[in-house]
Structures are given as structure tokens and as C-alpha cells.
Design a protein around this ligand. Sequence first.
Ligand SMILES: Nc1nc2c(ncn2[C@@H]2O[C@H](COP(=O)(O)OP(=O)(O)OP(=O)(O)O)[C@@H](O)[C@H]2O)c(=O)[nH]1
Ligand SMILES: [Mg+2]
Length: 190
Amino acid sequence: MPNILRSKCAIVGDSTVGKTAVTQMFISDGRNFPKNYNLTCGVELGIRTVSIPDTDDVVELFLYDSSGRDLYADYLPKYWHEPNMLLAVYDVTSQISLDSVGRWVSMVRNSIPVRGASNAPGVLFGNKTDLKERRTVSPKAGASLAERLGLQYFEGSAKENYGIEEPFYLLAHEWHKFITEKRAGFDLIT
Ligand SMILES: Nc1nc2c(ncn2[C@@H]2O[C@H](COP(=O)(O)OP(=O)(O)OP(=O)(O)O)[C@@H](O)[C@H]2O)c(=O)[nH]1
Ligand SMILES: [Mg+2]
């Protein structure tokens, strides 16, 4: 039997950047790109497991795909209920969506219990790289904001199913590492 490690991931960013598309593509293994825009009301929960190579461990990611609309902002932390990690998404054709990332990240970090906030794994994902002609945010600008916020940077396209798995795998591996190190520390004490 595998050891299942559960982790709650808050997925945030402005409305229409593609949070639902990224989440659904990851959960469906690249089969379910939502072509028509359906705004997310509050939070939608998706689940996918990631096996950690060379171990019996499996990380079960609880993905809290959150609405980017201001209307729901006050409710989101209640839905997440102390998340363990975050995925901030922006749209590479929208500088405004990149400018909002800091605010979204603070919102998630403020809802993580103090003991875990500093080592909570986090990723910044630049979505819609397929729209090459309309791109206004350079990879360098995305990566530099990620560095300033202490996030790992990735970019890709939900539409083309390009670069979608990497950010989630990184989060799962970081969580596994965090829990394994915590357990090792506990074993030393007992
Ligand atoms: N060209 C392109 N369009 C995309 C991509 N990802 C999502 N979209 C489109 O962008 C629109 C918004 O996508 P959603 O995933 O619903 O956006 P969201 O961030 O979940 O929006 P809210 O739920 O309102 O916060 C939809 O019409 C998608 O089809 C992408 O990688 N490339
Ligand atoms: Mg959505």
C-alpha cells in the first residue's frame, strides 16, 4: 500500500488567466481543455495524485481552483481552509494580470498557518504562451517577479497542453521533501 500524503494547493490569479483550464488539463491528463469560458463561482475542487519515484509515497493534490473575481475574494480563505501550497497564474498577454500576482500571493500566504507560511511551496505560471503575437509579458519579467516573491517560475499553454504538468510535479515533490524532512526531525527526537 502506498503512503498517501495530502496537500492543499490554492490556485489563484486574475479572472480569465486560465486557472480552470490549467487545472482541468492537469486533472484530465491533457484531455479536457475548456474552450468556452465558464467563470468559476467561489472555489472548485479537483484532485490528482502524483507518485514520487523510488518511494512508496504518493502525493494527493487537492487543487482549489479559485475564482479571480473580486466578488469572491473575501470568501476564498474560508474555502481553502489553511492551504499548504500555492499556484499563482497570470496571462502572458496581460501585464495587468502579472501586476496582480503579488496581491494574490499575499492573500494565500496570509491564510497559511504561521508555522508553515515561510516554507510553503509556491509556483508562478505564465499561461497562454500559444498567443505569441499578443504576448506582452516577457519570460524574464515573469521569472524576475517569481524570484522576488520566492516562487518557482514556469510558463506554458493550457490550450496546447504545453508545460502543464511541471509546476504541479514540482509542488508535489517539494511537499514530499518537506514532509520527509519533518518526519526525519521527529524521528531524531523520539
Ligand atoms: N489561447 C489560450 N486560451 C486559453 C488558455 N487557457 C485558457 N484559455 C481561455 O481563457 C478563457 C478563460 O479561462 P479560464 O480557465 O476559465 O479562466 P479562469 O482563470 O479560471 O477564470 P475565473 O474562473 O473567472 O477566475 C477561456 O475562454 C479559455 O478557453 C491558453 O493556454 N491559451
Ligand atoms: Mg475558473
